[in-house]
Design a protein around this ligand. Structure first.
Ligand SMILES: [Zn+2]
Length: 185
């Protein structure tokens, strides 16, 4: 997938939102010649904080946040190796990680071969919210492997008999749907 195809909920996550306007949601969209000058990966907030040089010569800080996968680290590694490029070039960059039907297919496959937990996970929506809040406090989705898709950057921590389960929010929804589909057969 391309950077411009990242989403947050149902809305596009690209372009980055100007940090000074957070809440208003102003983006760098009107300045597609802005040059990426650097950035940091903020694990706590699960976002990338990017520095741009605007066409006018001024600096701008902008925040990029989306639903994993792809993980923070996957997206950052692409952006980091493209420092010096313009916003309109960045949007077309390919990032790793599965999405859409390919992601669903991967999870279906892993349920079939037993790499994704098929019966062990059962939580109420309220339980998910509570657990999610806990895992947000614990922080660091970086390096935590999602047991649905197998990629890193899992945000959701769920209790199990032993080691807790970790999932991307997105993948957990798909896991539950696919598991139901299997059970109905
Ligand atoms: Zn996942």
């Amino acid at each position: 997938m391309k950077l411009r195809e990242l989403t947050r909920g149902t809305v596009p996550a690209w372009p980055p939102v100007l940090a000074s306007s957070y809440g208003r949601g102003d983006t760098l969209d009107d300045d597609d010649q802005a040059i990426l000058r650097g950035g940091v990966l903020n694990e706590q907030k699960r976002q990338l904080e990017l520095q741009f040089e605007r066409t006018s010569g001024g600096r701008a800080s902008a925040v990029l946040t989306w639903d994993a996968p792809p993980s923070l680290r996957q997206v950052w590694s692409v952006l980091e190796s493209n420092i010096g490029r313009r916003l309109r070039e960045l949007r077309e960059l390919e990032v790793g990680g599965l999405t859409g039907s390919a992601l669903r297919e991967r999870i279906r496959q892993r349920l079939k071969d037993g790499s994704a937990p098929r019966h062990e996970v059962s939580v109420s929506p309220a339980g998910i919210m509570a657990e999610n809040a806990v895992s947000m406090i614990i922080g660091s989705g970086v390096g935590l492997t999602c047991q649905a898709c197998g990629d890193e950057g899992a945000e959701l921590t769920l209790p199990s008999g032993g080691e807790p389960f970790r999932f991307h929010n997105k993948c957990f929804t798909i896991l539950l749907e696919e598991r139901q589909r299997i059970e109905r057969k």
